[in-house]
Design a protein around this ligand. Structure first.
Ligand code: CND
Ligand code: ZN
Ligand code: ZN
Length: 376
């Protein structure tokens, strides 16, 4: 590895040239890391529902771009001033910008940085340039990570060390899907033992919400999805009931209200659609019901909520990256993993090489995979 230090690396990457375009496998040049940056050899990267939305809903991003935000890899080299990691360290990527110095970053209760919030930024590094080029053109970075490439460059603050015995092809799910769902339960909702929970959307993130609810001691966990093929896995992971809204004669919120004698204590929206947000809110109980929105709602989509739903004690809140901070999530998740509190492995239903990334997203779009992990 040392022979590449300080040099440009040529490698394969999946480039998205414009909104909604399929991934194109190209040779890219990846420049060496600058101050406070590091270059990472990606070993594994999961395909998350967020990229699927970006492709389907034509998100306005700085194109061309290398997407991917659920990665795990090995540090190839570090730029000037990097102190927390070194060549050879195993790390996972952190898509959420956390400067580590502002008032929000210093507050133990918050994980969104004052400087950038959850925004993925301009697609450029802090010096205003990109470390990727392809066919002579600069290619943008995505979400502080860009993992659909054999090598990427990220800020030092965009990785967390994972020096425990979890294989990187599994640990990549700590980088988004698993942590996002599990943390939404433990950090954002703070589900109390004995609670009744409903989870709308049973993808990789929703399944991780189910595992979180189980660890929190929920007495009942109701999975809601229009794809009934998801139900077997949801039950295996802890769901006590599974319902498809398409099988019902009444709206899902009314069915949940009746089933639970007055509504659920916590509902999680893990789809990112306006109508399921409204249904999740209406499903929770009028006194202390809490709805957590985990799903990413596409730009321009407005929510329509009946104001009467708030003539109640209900709470509705958002959750990004499960409320985790860079320095705290790996030790906690690794410890729970070692104690076998959750089953990370069962989320990974498919593995593919980088060249088959379009096939992987097709599996996700058609609901045939929970998490497909690309092995690079
Ligand atoms: P994935 O596509 O795997 O799962 C979505 C699930 O929702 C699928 O099982 C669908 O069948 C189901 N679904 C779709 N429409 C409906 C509907 N109308 N009613 C019931 N079920 C439906 O996606 P994922 O699990 O990877 O991601 C889920 C969401 O989480 C998605 O919006 C993604 O963008 C978001 C997310 C949020 C964050 C965060 O930090 N908040 C991080 N990563 C992903
Ligand atoms: Zn900050
Ligand atoms: Zn994600």
């Amino acid at each position: 590895m040392s022979s590449t230090i300080g040099k440009v690396i040529k490698c394969q990457a999946a480039i998205t040239w414009g909104p909604g375009e399929p991934f194109s496998i190209e040779e890219v040049e990846v420049g060496p890391p600058q101050a406070k940056e590091l270059r990472l050899k990606i070993v594994a990267t999961g395909l998350c529902g967020t990229e699927l939305k970006i492709l389907q809903d034509l998100y306005p991003l700085p194109y061309p771009i290398i997407l991917g935000h659920e990665g795990a890899g090995i540090v190839e080299s570090v730029g000037e001033g990097v102190t927390s990691v070194k060549t050879g360290d195993r790390v996972i990527t952190l898509f959420l910008y956390q400067c580590g110095e502002c008032a929000f970053c210093l507050n133990s209760e918050s994980n969104l940085c004052l400087k950038r919030g959850p925004s993925s930024g301009s697609g450029l590094m802090d010096d205003g340039s990109s470390r990727f080029t392809c066919k002579g053109k600069p290619i943008h970075h995505f979400s502080n990570t860009s993992t659909f490439t054999e090598y990427t460059v990220v800020r030092e603050t965009s990785v967390a060390k994972i020096d425990v015995a979890i294989p990187l092809e599994k640990a990549c799910l700590f980088s988004c899907g698993f942590s996002t769902g599990y943390g939404a339960v433990l950090n954002t909702a703070k589900v109390k033992p004995g609670s009744v929970c409903a989870v709308f959307g049973l993808g990789g993130v929703g399944m991780s919400v189910i595992m979180g609810c189980k660890v929190a001691g929920a007495s009942r966990i109701i999975g809601v999805d229009i794809n009934k093929d998801k139900f077997a896995k949801a039950r295996e992971l802890g769901a006590t009931d599974c319902i498809s809204p398409q099988d019902l004669e009444k709206p899902i919120q009314e069915v949940l209200f009746d089933m639970t004698n007055g509504g659920v204590d916590y509902s999680f929206e893990v789809i990112g659609k306006a109508d399921t947000v409204a249904a999740a809110l209406a499903s929770c109980n009028i006194n202390s019901g809490v709805t957590v929105i985990v799903g990413v709602i596409s730009p321009g989509v407005q929510l329509t909520l009946n104001g009467r739903l708030f003539f109640s004690g209900r709470t509705m809140k958002g959750s990004v990256f499960g409320g985790w901070k860079r320095n705290e999530f790996v030790p906690r998740l690794a410890s729970d993993y070692m104690k076998k509190k959750f089953n990370l492995d069962s989320l990974i239903t498919d593995t593919l090489p980088l060249e088959k990334i379009n096939e992987g997203f097709e599996l996700l779009r058609t609901g045939k995979t929970i998490r497909c992990v690309l092995l690079l």
